[in-house]
Design a protein around this ligand. Structure first.
Ligand SMILES: O=C(O)c1ccccc1NCC(=O)[C@H](O)[C@H](O)COP(=O)(O)O
Length: 265
């Protein structure tokens, strides 16, 4: 499965980080930073589905998405057309991302930033904070119960919020048990790469009215998708491909923001 291949590469990257940096020094530096932006509050607004717009160059399922890729330009367009937050893919091997993109976007826009990567080790949490992230993704399918709890705890300690990603009822139960208050339901099946909004609709039955902030992720393309997510009570939608491949990116951001009720029609 693709996730196994990604995690194998990620483990060797973590090893490299641990060889290059001292975690205690990173922790000291991170402790001196001003507080991170409140990612959860920015995306959890009554009566709307907020848009988390993703900076995504390529993907394992579709290959190259964005030929003239300029992360800062994308971030400005997202901000200027109604996105509530920005997600930056920093994985290099599979998504063509870089940690530097996060740092560059941090300088460019004031919106809360999610670091979208495959986080396995505390060193990546400190690195994320130092790069300018306000939130990180923790993928239940990639972590043991112990690692998930430990990384969630560390996020709280360093002042980062964690978007805990699930694909199934079983993973959702693990996320809730670990104490996640911000959960991403990923509509992409990691075996077939197919996306199915039905995954969000199904899992929403379990979490609605729980007080947990829910983000629907992947395969969201149209105004009608956002309207459907709004009807079932989702708080935010994470969108990459539909934005970076749109002929007019600003117009697409507006369409999705309007579909979610975040912009007037
Ligand atoms: O995008 C992929 O092909 C992919 C494959 C394997 C693991 C993760 C993958 N994507 C990461 C994401 O979660 C998406 O970038 C994000 O949800 C936005 O999805 P989309 O709007 O469909 O680009």
């Amino acid at each position: 499965m693709i996730l196994d291949r990604i995690l194998e590469v990620k483990r060797s990257e973590v090893q490299g980080l641990l060889e290059r940096f001292r975690v205690s020094e990173m922790a000291r530096e991170a402790a001196q930073l001003p507080p991170a932006r409140d990612f959860r509050r920015a995306i959890d607004q009554p009566g709307r589905v907020s848009l988390i717009a993703e900076i995504k160059k390529q993907s394992p399922s579709k290959g190259l998405l964005c030929r003239f890729f300029d992360p800062c330009r994308l971030a400005r367009i997202y901000r200027d057309h109604g996105a509530a937050a920005v997600s930056v893919l920093t994985d290099r091997t599979f998504f063509g991302g870089k940690g530097e993109y996060l740092a560059q976007v941090r300088q460019e826009v004031d919106l809360p930033l999610l670091r979208k990567d495959f986080i396995l080790d505390p060193v990546q949490i400190y690195e994320s904070r130092l790069l300018g992230a306000d939130a990180v993704l923790l993928i239940v399918a990639a972590l043991s119960r112990e690692s998930l709890s430990r990384l969630l705890e560390l996020c709280r300690e360093v002042g980062l919020q964690a978007l805990v990603e699930v694909h199934s009822e079983e993973e959702l139960e693990r996320a809730i048990k670990a104490g996640a208050d911000l959960i991403g339901i990923n509509n992409r099946n990691l075996q077939t790469f197919e996306t199915e909004l039905q995954t969000t609709l199904r899992l929403m039955e379990v979490v609605k009215e729980s007080g947990i902030t829910v983000v629907s992720e992947s395969g969201i393309h149209h105004f009608r998708d956002m309207s459907l997510l709004k009807a079932v009570g989702v708080q935010a939608a994470l969108v990459g491909e539909a934005l970076v491949t749109a002929p007019d990116i600003g117009l697409k951001v507006q369409e999705l923001a309007k579909g979610g009720g975040a912009l007037a029609l």
